[in-house]
Design a binder for this molecule. Structure first.
Ligand SMILES: *Cc1c(COP(=O)(O)O)cnc(C)c1O
Length: 360
């Protein structure tokens, strides 16, 4: 159980990315799609912190396309040898327009100016803002979009897309509104171009939005933003560290900054070398248990920059014993998110890049 420490002696923790769990999640998500519905794996933000290259390599036979936020993310994938189609969600700029051609990337046109900006030979999807209130052209501009698509023959439209803001909320009126706008978009464009709208939540909970393609992000990594999948999706990332020091402590003795936690009895505690500088959020101080050799122990005291403490009671372990700090049943990113009043997206993307992602 001291293997990880000896394999990565220069790091204090590693995030294990379980390739087979990732593929199981991907297959589960595809089981709900009608035949012929295409799929995009959303691997922006380093695949929600899981490692974009690893995730891309693992999903080639399951997804038709990948999506990233920036051209830089797409270039990283190309440089790593990923040849799959890539859609770049972010806005094209004068400074990136050439890269779409050079690296064979699909652009997202989210403003009429983008039609002129893109270089001959570029493929693109047009984003319509059906109510998300972020990027995209308002639906009132659909006739103009069609004109522009027709007028600029040097670039090729391969899809029309829109994005939901409340697909994860049950009984959302705003989603109904967006679906209505979406059906207008379909009436207008679907004879000529594939239309896609569904994110993970819509793909799981609203099959009527699947249309020609779906875009899976968070669900792929094991977190269901709806209640639909009932345990079928499992966390892909398991963040592990090890015991840097195991120390005895007397009843009443305080641990960590603020001296806010005191040992309830004579016993032992483990110093685990991860802290808020690694993405172990300080707001979690004393709230999430860690797993050591199949046994749960409370994390106690204030989370520090590079360390957290775990109370072992009457147990003790040798230095280097593996500690699962995130990703198991009682400490996965969904549980962290609830404790911090946020969403698993923010937790996963908040794990510091210095933590090596290793594929298992
Ligand atoms: C991030 C993103 C997605 C994926 O959303 P999930 O909720 O993670 O499935 C889909 N489409 C767009 C445009 C996005 O920005």
């Amino acid at each position: 159980m001291t293997e990880l420490m000896s394999r990565y002696p220069y790091c204090h923790s590693v995030a294990e990315i379980d390739r087979s769990v990732l593929r199981d999640n991907a297959r589960y998500l595809h089981r709900n799609l009608a035949p012929g519905v295409g799929s995009i794996a959303v691997i922006k933000a380093n695949a929600y912190g899981h490692g974009a290259v690893t995730v891309a390599r693992a999903l080639t036979d399951i997804y038709d396309m990948y999506a990233v936020a920036t051209v830089a993310e797409a270039v990283e994938l190309r440089d790593a040898g990923v040849r799959h189609p890539i859609l770049v969600f972010g806005v094209p700029l004068a400074g990136t327009a050439k890269a779409y051609v050079e690296y064979d990337l699909s652009a997202v046109v989210s403003s009429p100016d983008h039609f002129d900006l893109l270089q001959p030979g570029t493929s693109y999807h047009v984003e319509i803002d059906s109510g998300m209130g972020r990027l995209g052209i308002y639906p009132a501009g659909m006739a103009e979009i069609r004109e522009r698509i027709r007028a600029r023959k040097e670039i090729t439209c391969r899809g029309i897309m829109t994005h939901f803001s409340t697909a994860d909320e049950q009984g959302s009126d705003h989603l109904l509104h967006q679906k209505k706008v979406l059906s207008e978009i379909c009436d207008f464009f679907r004879d000529d171009f594939p239309v896609h709208a569904a994110n993970s939540a819509a793909s799981l909970a609203h099959p009527d939005t699947h249309l020609d393609m779906v875009r899976h992000g968070i669900a792929l990594y094991g977190y269901d933003p709806t209640q639909v999948s009932s345990g079928e999706l499992r966390p892909v990332m398991r963040w592990k560290s090890w015991i840097a020091q195991c120390k005895p402590v007397r009843k009443g003795q305080p641990l960590s900054y603020g001296a806010v936690w005191q040992a309830p009895e004579d016993g032992c505690y483990a110093v685990v070398p991860v802290g808020y500088a690694d993405g172990y959020r300080r707001g979690l101080s004393g709230r999430i248990p860690v797993l050591v050799e199949g046994k749960w122990y409370p994390q106690v005291g204030t989370v520090t920059m590079d360390y957290v403490m775990a109370w072992l009671g009457q147990d003790s372990y040798p230095t280097g014993t593996e500690v699962v700090i995130m990703g198991a049943e009682r400490n996965h990113a969904g549980i962290w998110a609830e404790a911090l009043n946020t969403i698993p997206y923010e937790i996963c993307t908040g794990i510091h890049p210095k933590v090596p992602r290793i594929t298992v």
